[in-house]
Design a protein around this ligand. Structure first.
Ligand code: NAD
Length: 488
């Protein structure tokens, strides 16, 4: 089908995509829940073991010819798909709002981010290295791995799927996407639109629960798992993948520190720090999760943060004012988990600089999984709110005075995904940034990952990384030809 035609894809019926075909399951449908209203959304299929077998067989079959296409052809198809996707921009925004509860403004950013992500990948090249001496020429190329299984979380269902699809396809791999059972809709639909452009079996999607992720990780004919999700599940994926020594990229949880130097502009910086912590209602792997403020400005800075946090409007749904900044927690399981951090902080008697010890208040929308943005003022180092990732809109602040000590405190965690340093003295901020044990450190900005650079975690935040030119190599095997010169 020509991508210039207006597509007939509908946004209220959802299918698995196996070998270019729409596939339904009648016996075991599943549905998501709109977190703004609590209402059930449409039925989606749950893939059976046979569906997965068929998808893996189709992906291996498609790999034979797809891996032989040139990178220019793959880029061209990715570009054509961007045109198809653009025709459905509003449909994807509306669907993402329903499945995640994101405010329209941020659902739009995610939907448009997919276009930018795909577009950026069409500017990349796969490196080739050549070494020549008197007796030989050595050429190192990077060849595709085979079939990639992409296991995705629920917090950014579209962009995190695209973050795997774009590099996998560009490098000549085929890919099977498994979305989170909490947010299957946009991923199923995005891969459906891809069938208008890509040959059957090149990009497929199977909806299903955690068992399906485990089957994919174990499957002997899947050659890599790119997993984004929790540390606990990441460890299970690695264990399963070890059985066939398949490659893994693990993008896992974090507990990012933000260090605030004494020379910042308090009024400008405090709201930024709040947004770094509470963007997407705190459901971001690289959200700021611990805030270290220099003691000289601590009281004023926390007061400014609290004033901004209290001014944030929460809401969501189809009809929402433009000034909504935060939506609900995406699902009931996570909602209940976040509330345990409130219960713990309340029980221990910690000081609430903003927010509510009960996690909610009367100003919140009455339905849905909403939580009041909350700041805990100076809890102890061994508190749960400092030591663990809440993945919700609750964040601790602590004062610091000694640079070495605060660097040690920031690094005192088993995770190492992101970090931030804020200060007018940029040299000092960058000097501190270089000492922080995290994959991506931001100076004078909150965490804003971009397809331009590799993204990955240190320590238990992950293994490897993807995105950017360097990230492409995680989808490749090095392949070296040593060609000896014939002696005449
Ligand atoms: P999760 O680990 O519960 O689930 C992630 C995916 O794994 C889902 O698709 C799930 O169905 C699947 N899964 C569950 N059990 C499995 C198993 N045994 N084998 C294979 N797959 C299995 O994570 P979540 O709750 O969806 O996401 C939130 C977590 O993800 C947070 O910890 C967050 O920090 C992390 N995260 C990390 C990044 C990153 O890039 N580093 C990005 C977003 C989220």
């Amino acid at each position: 089908m020509s991508p210039s035609k207006v597509s007939t894809i509908v946004f209220d019926k959802f299918y698995n995509i196996v070998d270019g075909q729409l596939r339904d399951t009648k016996d075991t449908p599943h549905h998501g829940v709109n977190p703004v209203t609590g209402q059930e959304l449409w039925d989606v299929p749950v893939a059976s073991k046979q569906d997965l077998e068929d998808a893996v067989a189709a992906a291996n079959k498609a790999f034979v010819s797809w891996s032989q296409t040139s990178i220019e052809e793959r880029k061209e198809l990715l570009g054509k798909w961007v045109a198809v996707y653009a025709q459905h921009r509003d449909d994807f925004i509306n669907l993402l709002i329903k499945e995640t509860g994101k405010p329209r403004k941020f659902a739009t950013v995610e939907v448009d981010g997919v276009t930018q992500f795909a577009g950026f990948h069409t500017t990349l090249t796969i490196p080739e290295e050549r070494i020549e001496d008197d007796e030989k020429v050595i050429t190192t190329r990077y060849t595709p791995l085979g079939v990639v299984g992409a296991i995705c979380p629920w917090n950014f269902p579209l962009i995190l799927s695209m973050g795997k699809i774009a590099p996998a396809l560009l490098t000549g791999n085929t890919i099977i996407v498994k979305p989170s059972p909490f947010t299957p809709y946009t991923s199923l639909k995005m891969v459906e639109t891809m069938q208008e452009v890509f040959p059957p079996g090149v990009v497929q999607v199977v909806g299903g629960n955690n068992d399906l992720g485990a089957w994919l990780s174990l499957h002997p004919n899947v050659h890599k798992i790119s997993f984004t999700g929790s540390i606990a599940t990441g460890k299970k994926v690695m264990e399963a993948a070890a059985k066939t020594l398949k490659r893994v990229t693990l993008e896992l949880g974090g507990n990012d520190a933000s260090i605030i130097l004494p020379d910042v502009d308090i009024k400008k910086t405090a709201p930024e720090i709040v947004m770094g912590a509470f963007q997407n209602s705190g459901q971001v792997c690289v959200a700021t999760k611990r805030i270290y403020i220099h003691e000289a400005i601590y009281t004023d800075f926390v007061a400014e943060m609290a004033a901004f946090a209290k001014s944030i409007k929460l809401g969501g749904g189809d009809d929402q004012p433009d000034d909504i900044l935060l939506g609900p927690i995406q699902n009931k399981m996570q909602y209940d988990k976040v509330k345990t951090f409130f219960q713990d902080s309340k029980a221990k008697g910690y000081k609430f600089a903003a927010g509510s010890p009960d996690a909610t208040d009367s100003a919140l929308p009455q339905k849905g999984f909403f939580i009041t943005p909350t700041i805990i003022d100076n809890p102890p180092n061994d508190s749960r709110i400092i030591a663990e990732e809440p993945f919700g809109p609750i964040v601790p602040t602590q004062p610091w005075s000694d640079e070495e000590e605060v660097i040690a405190r920031a690094n005192n965690t088993n995770t190492g995904l992101g970090a931030c340093v804020w200060g007018a003295d940029v040299d000092r901020a960058e000097r501190i940034a270089r000492r922080l044990q995290a994959g991506s450190v931001f100076v004078n900005s909150w965490e804003k990952p971009t397809p331009q650079a590799i993204f990955g975690g240190h320590k238990e935040s992950g293994i490897g990384g993807e995105w950017g030119q360097t990230g492409l190599l995680s989808y490749c095997n090095p392949h070296v030809i040593h060609s000896y010169k014939l002696k005449l």
